[in-house]
Design a protein around this ligand. Structure first.
Ligand code: ATP
Ligand code: LTN
Length: 337
C-alpha cells in the first residue's frame, strides 16, 4: 500500500493494449506487468483497445475471439477489476466521439512524424488508411477522457504520449484548463524487449517469424525451443556489452523476470556457455508465465463471468468519461442535448 498521506489525492493511471493477435513476452514485461503493480497505489483504468486494432485488417471471427482472449489474458496477468475498472474500448462510445473532436486539434504534420505510422504504413503498404494515420488522436482521447496523470507503456509509445500532451496543451490553451497533462510511465527494466531472431528490432507480435517472439500463452516446450534458437554472438561470454544485442536482450529478460541485476547474472554464468544461459532464461520465463497460463484457462472457459465483468467495466468507464466529453463539447460550443 502507498505510504502517501491519506489526504493526498491518488493519481489516475490509464493504459490499453490492442487485441491484434497473441500477446507477447514484450507486451507483458514492457507494459502489463507494470499495470498490475500500480493497482494498489493509484486509481487505475485499463482497456482492450479494439478500435485501434482495425487500422490493420482483421478477420471478424478471429477478431471477436482475440478481443475476448485479450480480456481474459489481462485478468490472468493480474488486473483486478475490483480495483481497476477494466473494459473494452468499443463498448464506451465517448472514445470515438472525443477522438473526432481531437482530430480537429491535431495537425497533419504532427501525425506524419509518428514513427509507428511510418513503420506500419511501410509494413501494410496496400492499406495505409486514415485510421492508421489518426491512430494517435484516438489514443489521446482514451487517455484524456479519464484525466490520467500517468500512462504505463513500453518505450515505443513515448512519442504518442508526447503528442497527447501537445494536443491537451493546445486545447487547454484555447479553452482554459480542460485536460490533465499525462506523463508516460516507462519502467527501467523490460521497457524494450527485442526480437529473439533480430535483436536490433523490438519483439513484435506482428513479426511473421514466430521464433522472433514468445507469446504469453506459448507452451513450455515451445518457449524453451524459441530461447534455444535465439540469435546471439560468437564471443560466448554472458555479459552486457557493445555489439552483443542478443545476449544483452537475454540478460534484460532474465533480469526483468528474476529481479536480479545484470552484474549478478553475469557473475552467476561466468565460465558457462550460451547453451546453459539460454536454458536458464527459458526456464525462468516458463515459471513466470505458468501461473498466468493456468488462470487464463480458467477465465476463458467462463465466458458468462467475462461478459459480466466487461459490462460492469464499460458502465463505469462511460459514466466517468462522459463528464470530460460533456465539458469538452460545452467548451467547443455544441448545444446541450
Ligand atoms: P504490434 O507488433 O502489432 O505493433 P505490439 O506488440 O507493439 O503490436 P501493442 O498493443 O502495440 O503491441 O503494445 C502494447 C503495449 O506493449 C504497449 O505499451 C507497448 O509499448 C508494449 N510493448 C510492445 N512491444 C514491446 C516490447 N518489445 N518491449 C517492451 N514493451 C513492448
Ligand atoms: N497504442 C497503444 C495501445 C493503446 C494505448 C492507449 C496505450 C491504445 N490506447 C491509451 C496507452 C494509452 C499501443 O500500445 N500500441
Amino acid at each position: 500500500m502507498s505510504d502517501a498521506p491519506v489526504t493526498e489525492k491518488k493519481k489516475v493511471i490509464f493504459s490499453a493494449i490492442q487485441p491484434s493477435g497473441t500477446i507477447t513476452l514484450g507486451n507483458y514485461l514492457g507494459a502489463l506487468r507494470n499495470w498490475v503493480s500500480l493497482q494498489d497505489d493509484y486509481h487505475c483504468l485499463y482497456a482492450v483497445a479494439d478500435l485501434h486494432a482495425i487500422t490493420v485488417r482483421q478477420d471478424p471471427k478471429v477478431f471477436r475471439q482475440n478481443i475476448l482472449e485479450a480480456y481474459a489474458l489481462l485478468l490472468a496477468c493480474g488486473i483486478d477489476p475490483e480495483k481497476s475498472p477494466f473494459f473494452i474500448q468499443s463498448h464506451v462510445h465517448t472514445h470515438a466521439e472525443l477522438a473526432w473532436i481531437l482530430n480537429c486539434y491535431t495537425q497533419f504534420g504532427e501525425l506524419s512524424r509518428m514513427t509507428q505510422f511510418k513503420d506500419k504504413s511501410q509494413k501494410h503498404s496496400d492499406n495505409v488508411n486514415a485510421g492508421l494515420f489518426t491512430y494517435p488522436s484516438l489514443m489521446a482521447a482514451d487517455i484524456l477522457l479519464y484525466q490520467a496523470d500517468m500512462v504505463p507503456v513500453g518505450i515505443d509509445q513515448k512519442q504518442h504520449l508526447e503528442l497527447t500532451r501537445n494536443i491537451a496543451e493546445r486545447f487547454n490553451g484555447i479553452y482554459g484548463k480542460t485536460f490533465t497533462l499525462p506523463e508516460p510511465y516507462i519502467s527501467t527494466t523490460g521497457a524494450k524487449i527485442m526480437s529473439l531472431q533480430d535483436p536490433t528490432k523490438k519483439m513484435s507480435k506482428s513479426d511473421e517469424n514466430v521464433n522472433a517472439w514468445v507469446a504469453v500463452l506459448d507452451k513450455p516446450d515451445t518457449i524453451m525451443k524459441k530461447f534455444k534458437r535465439a540469435v546471439t554472438d560468437s564471443e560466448a561470454v554472458v555479459k552486457v556489452g557493445e555489439g552483443k544485442d542478443g545476449i544483452n536482450n537475454l540478460i534484460g529478460i532474465m533480469s526483468t523476470v528474476t529481479g536480479k541485476s545484470a552484474d549478478a547474472i553475469a557473475a552467476e554464468f561466468e565460465g558457462k556457455g550460451y547453451g546453459d544461459f539460454k536454458t536458464a532464461v527459458g526456464e525462468a520465463v516458463i515459471e513466470t508465465l505458468r501461473p498466468i497460463q493456468e488462470r487464463f484457462n480458467n477465465y476463458i472457459n467462463n465466458k458468462d463471468y467475462l461478459i459480466e465483468l466487461y459490462r460492469k467495466g464499460a458502465e463505469f468507464a462511460l459514466r466517468l468519461s462522459q463528464r470530460t466529453l460533456d465539458k469538452v463539447m460545452k467548451k467547443v460550443g455544441y448545444l446541450p442535448r
